[in-house]
Ligand binder design. Structure first.
Ligand code: PAF
Length: 318
């Protein structure tokens, strides 16, 4: 190919690549895919409000599943639960910047809109709310919702601003979407407890439902962050679940002393060279208050670094 023609072809390819990345083209692609999957993709707050108020006017019950995308079977179980209870199921996909600290994984958090859309449509969701950061946090944004005390325990020690970001965005999503029922996974046990507290304290007219942790066959609790794990880390990660099961087994045999039960868990976790414990706590399942003696209302909650990825898990003691 002559030099000039080659240069023009390269320029054209570059221009097309830029066009493909433009928000307008991406939006059009999302809408085309949405039609194919028969699911509404709603990317403005005004349109989301219209969609929700039309559903309400028709006396439809709205179920809401908030997510940050990178969906897995855990999210799908929430959508399925919403389908059972509600007429309209709305799933939000928003990687919420205010719940990440500057040193956390906001920029590398997986963004997989196309496959998320297929999964949501496949699970029977009706609409995806997909706002931008600027819509949710425009210039001058200054209002935050904080649930005191519960947000500074457990995961709140290592992630002091995390729950404030979660409660802020969830409040905003609730006011935009006005769901009757919102669904959260028990994998984020503390998050669910905080959302319940917030909903009760602010008299928000939303029922909060939680669904059980979904695990891989090897016991690893499903999480969008599991995709960060190397092969070595993947081999170690199921030890979290195994350590919870070991504590449970010891409790079933009469073990009540939290210190001894924690030792059992730690010895299981020592089997994983890539693991570093952030915390292990035995708490009251309702109040999250720490216990020194386990009883039937105890929930075991843990966070463990697997390489540089922080994994969380929890289990009822029986
Ligand atoms: O659990 C999550 O994925 C997030 O914390 C949530 C609830 C979607 C808020 O951003």
């Amino acid at each position: 190919m002559p030099q000039k023609k080659k240069k023009r072809a390269i320029q054209k390819r570059k221009a097309n690549a830029v066009k493909r990345k433009s928000p307008a083209i991406q939006r059009k692609r999302r809408q085309t895919a949405a039609k194919k999957h028969e699911i509404a993709v709603i990317d403005t707050i005004a349109a989301m409000r219209r969609f929700a108020s039309t559903a309400r006017a028709k006396k439809k019950k709205i179920g809401f599943v908030p997510t940050m995308g990178a969906l897995h079977e855990g999210h799908i179980s929430l959508i399925r639960a919403a389908k059972k209870d509600c007429d309209v199921v709305i799933v939000s996909i928003f990687v919420n910047p205010t719940q990440f600290s500057p040193t956390e994984d906001l920029s590398k958090y997986p963004r997989t809109f196309d496959s998320d859309q297929k999964l949501i449509a496949g699970a029977g969701g009706h609409a995806i709310f997909y706002p931008t950061n600027m819509m949710m946090y425009p210039e001058g944004y200054a209002t935050y919702v904080t649930v005191e005390s519960l947000s500074s325990l457990l995961c709140g020690v290592t992630r002091p601003h995390h729950f404030r970001g979660v409660t802020t965005v969830v409040t905003k999503l609730f006011t935009i979407i006005t769901p009757d029922i919102a669904y959260f996974g028990e994998k984020d046990y503390q998050q669910a407890a905080i959302i319940r507290r917030m909903t009760a304290d602010l008299n928000l007219p939303v029922m909060i439902k939680t669904c059980p942790v979904i695990r891989a066959e090897n016991g690893l609790a499903l999480s969008s962050r599991n995709r960060y794990l190397s092969d070595k880390e993947k081999a170690d990660a199921p030890l979290l679940c195994r350590s919870l099961l070991a504590a449970r087994a010891a409790y079933a045999k009469g073990g009540r002393d939290v210190k001894a039960l924690t030792d059992i868990m730690e010895s299981v976790l020592r089997g994983g060279k890539t693991l570093r414990i952030d915390y292990i706590a035995f708490v009251d399942a309702a109040t999250l208050a720490k216990k020194t003696t386990a009883d039937n209302n105890t929930r075991i909650i843990m966070a463990v670094y697997c390489g540089s990825t922080r994994l969380i898990d929890n289990m009822a003691i029986r």
